[in-house]
Write a protein that binds this ligand. Sequence first.
Ligand code: PEP
Ligand code: MG
Length: 754
Amino acid sequence: MTTKTSGPRVLLRQLRETMAEQLGSQDRLDKIVDLIAMNMGAEVCSFYVLRDDGALELFATHGLKPEAVHMTTLRLGEGLVGIIAVSAEPLALQDAPAHPAFAYKPETGEERFHGFLGVPVLKAGQTLGVLVVQSTTKRTYGDDETEAMLTTATILAEMLSTTEFDTLIKPGSDIDLRRPRTFEGNGFSEGIALGQVVLHDPRVVVRNFVADDTDAEKARLESSIERMRMSIDDMFSHGDMQVSSDHREILESYRMFANDRGWLRRMLEAVEGGLTAEAAVERVQNDTRARMLRQTDQYIRERLHDLDDLANRLLRVLTGDGDGFLHRDLPDDAIVVARNMGPAELLEYDRAKLRGIVLEEGATTAHVSIVARSLGVVCVGQADNIVSMSESGDEIIVDGAEGVVHLRPTPDVEQIYVEKVRLSAKRQEQYAALRDKPAVTRDGVRVSLLHNSGLVMDLHALEETGAEGVGLFRTELQFMIASKMPRLQEQVDLYREAMDRCGDRPIVFRLLDIGGDKVVPYLRSAPEENPAMGWRSLRLALDRPGLLRTQVRALLQAANGRPLKILVPMVTETQEFLSCKHVVLREVERLARSGFERPKSLEIGAMIEVPSLLFELEDLLPHCDFISIGSNDLVQFLTAADRANPRVASNYDPIAKPRLRAIRQIVRAADAHHVPLTMCGELAGHPVEALALLAVGMRRLSMGPSSIGQVKHMVLETDLGPVADAVNAALDGSEQVNIRSLLTDMVGKQSLPA
Ligand code: PEP
Ligand code: MG
């Protein structure tokens, strides 16, 4: 065991003793600054705390005038202390008063001191305060001293987080870190949820900061790093983390950081300074988080995120915490906060207790968002830095409609949301009362309302909404949430269960729509410049007929004599549809030969979501038993605006004249050929958009289960004739008419919900 009689380790030991002593909080802080000053051979040691109002208040000092304590304040960015707080970087100066930013505060008597070293006191990457030492001589504090001060600051940060200091901090000047925060993100799944934060990847709480035996701590750190490296290599070779390109990239950067000498050196230095291995990881992690919060370059910020994740992993190895988050007890109102997660991880949470999800990343069409919508779990994404700013148990409100998250909300914000939830519950009750009413407009137009689905577990909602059936079952979800290719029998089981659950209600199975944004981890393909327009969906299926045949076989076996509806996604040309149909029909024959019953009826339809098909409808429709418009992709391709890119996705109104004209053209062609037509893109689930669809003649709308109530309410209250006349006149004319405003005006006149 290494023993030293002076230096940072001695200081840490003294600090630990001070923390254990029976002292008032101010006395304890006073003693701490005395000890630091003495140990560092400095005439001054001061500790400033960042208050909620952005002021840095002098909380304790050794060497400055005592009357300045709790009197002297500096704004963020003001003076040297203010600069350190903002930059979260240490600052060492030979002659502080000579620095242009030096802010002279006469009450402190600071002008006599020249040598200066200040370090930020950080917690979860955020500045809690600033610790400063000063000397009368013009001296430069070196790297070792900076390191010792940073280590001491780690301990101070811990102390500040304890309730003991609540008595010192005046009402209204709470420490910055815990203040209410609002995050403007993007709504991925609508609804409002109030609850408490559950960190998906919980931070490990470090309790023991000061090492008894530095050599032993070094050995612990080194062996834990080795174990972590091995587990990363394991993940690569076993692919138990989804090895899609994104995940691979994260793993690559984990691997890079795990072998980064600078990172390891900084942690070892912190241990040398007297910290335990865990505390050393935390110290270095704090610096990373601080850099992360201040980083505007997206790429670098992501890499820093990875490093933060990795440090957390290392802490788990060190504390033996494992990552058994799935077995944790969830509170009844859990709102899971994560950097990102896959759909499978979401499904591991107890649905009965999960109210919402907040992600730092994600996209509307990401798998996790699709699953969240299927399950009716509120979800907001792109909430920057929320993980590092929240603690498990924090109160949180997620507003999926607005894409806003309120962390630690003030009572008045909470009150507003409690009221919103009450109103929405009332509305849901009204919608529930419509369950058994057929969806018929006031002027007698009958509309079919159907569900979009993709998980067997969300099919029970059919009972609750009274929908007529499932207009779109996204079979790829089973593939997206699995870690390996589902076998034939697994597919049969899922399809059979889905059909069983639907009973007499129709269900439309869409063939695998993978590739593009729908990443299937085990189906690796070469990276593509433009995956949405790449090797995906039907293109992939036709190139890999084995995959397609297995799925068709599974559907036929699951139906085993029952009616079967198959929908072909991403058809670009009639010929592709015919090729796919050919595979299906061949499988029917094959099935009959092997003793299975043929489906009672077999309908094969095409999705209309690639614009080129609009100019080929006359050729295509005679071959289709039904068709379905995928507005998500159709609008994306018509407007050349990536549906997954929030910067552009909402730039073009999907019911503006050109898009609505395209939809009307499909309706007219389908009517002329007597081919049933459904809309199964997101458009159908919003009342105003759904009204636009009815106006151009659509009569079958498929949507997320949670939208059925509001759309049915709209249908029941609408006098469709005049709306259809107005919309069609606008589409026929050449004037600039805003269809959305036209509809909302008419909706207002007919007193419908907008
Ligand atoms: C669509 O494109 O509108 C659609 C329904 O399919 P998905 O969202 O699954 O691509
Ligand atoms: Mg689509």
